[in-house]
Ligand binder design. Structure first.
Ligand SMILES: [Zn+2]
Length: 335
């Protein structure tokens, strides 16, 4: 039923048992980092719960209306609440009160086609407090034929009153080896697949998103920037560079994140520590880069990079942040 989802054998066997249990909790909370496959598994599970034969693998009418391949989820007994993009700013919005009210209204009616109604809320940790309090009423008196699947990265931001009414299902990072193999199957070259498996920290979803974001091209910009440090004046490598002039916020965030991982690798090499490098596919370049750095300066640079990451994650201008990053790293390097 969910063979397409990598790893998570414990979660899968819990869900299989759930399908056949007499007494079933109304609400499950899937907890774990983004990209681990929580949503995919939740969708497969929802499809199975709605399926007429209870397998999710046949071609019944319910299954047809839960087409995960083309994303056409028009089953009348299925509700998906998720964060949406603000059309003006392009930022991801929190889940507010309106969709929660709509959910509560819908759940007052019996299922139309299936035996159950299934609701997935993706990004519960981004629900506004106002919306969460309203949602709590639904959890306190859940409709008989409703299964609620909540997805969150961690429980830190969740109301204790919500936590006490759900069954927690934890998603652990997938072993690097599994992500590596899955990437090979998708025709990613061996050396790149290993680096990507490490950079994505056991998340195939994250690895595939990174590929979409041209992770290796962006990292090439990072390496070119660091290679230019001993040779040029700062403005020379800032002017005309795509990572300063052309990147959108999401790409700039990726650039800064990758710069942090490269600096971390330089620190490992400088300390001659026997720890795996993230960027294992460009180890030779890293060995050349490290010779120009003093260890305390690498650490200082990493602090600056985290500060710039936080600023970029907020509302600071992308170009301004990137220029400031270049100038500060240049100063530290030449100290
Ligand atoms: Zn079916």
């Amino acid at each position: 039923m969910w063979n397409d989802v990598l790893g998570h054998d414990g979660v899968k066997s819990f869900l299989s048992n759930y399908l056949h249990a007499q007494e079933r909790p109304h609400a499950l909370l899937f907890l774990g980092a983004s990209g681990l496959g929580k949503k995919r598994l939740a969708l497969e599970f929802a499809k199975t719960l709605l399926c007429e034969s209870g397998t999710g693998a046949d071609h019944c009418e319910s299954c047809r209306l839960m087409n995960l391949e083309d994303g056409n989820l028009s089953h009348p007994d299925f509700i998906l609440l998720e964060q949406e993009k603000d059309s003006k700013t392009g930022r991801i919005k929190d889940i507010g009160i309106d969709p929660v009210r709509e959910l509560i209204n819908k759940s007052a009616f019996a299922p139309v086609q299936a035996k159950n109604r299934v609701c997935i809320i993706d990004g519960l940790d981004s629900m506004t407090v106002y919306a969460a309090n309203s949602f709590l009423k639904l959890l306190e008196e859940p409709p008989a034929a409703m299964v609620i699947i909540l997805l969150a990265e961690s429980e830190e931001k969740l109301l204790p009153t919500i936590l006490s009414r759900v069954v927690k299902v934890r998603f652990q990072p997938i072993p690097e080896e599994l992500v590596y193999k899955a990437l090979l199957e998708r025709n990613v070259p061996k050396d790149k697949a290993l680096a990507l498996a490490r950079i994505s920290e056991g998340s195939l979803g994250a690895a595939l998103r990174l590929l979409d974001q041209q992770v290796f091209e962006v990292r090439q910009q990072v390496v070119a920037f660091l290679e230019a440090l001993p040779l040029r004046m700062p403005m020379d490598y800032v002017v005309g560079r795509p990572w300063v002039e052309k990147y959108e916020r999401s790409q700039a965030l990726l650039f800064v994140k990758l710069l942090q991982l490269v600096l971390r690798d330089l620190l490992i090499i400088a300390a001659d520590a026997k720890i795996d490098l993230y960027n294992c596919d460009i180890e030779d370049s890293l060995h050349q880069l490290v010779s120009g750095w003093k260890v305390p300066n690498i650490k200082q640079a990493m602090t600056i990079v985290s500060e710039i990451y936080e600023a970029l994650d907020g509302s600071v201008g992308v170009k301004l942040a990137q220029e400031s990053l270049a100038l500060k790293i240049d100063l530290i390097y030449k100290e």
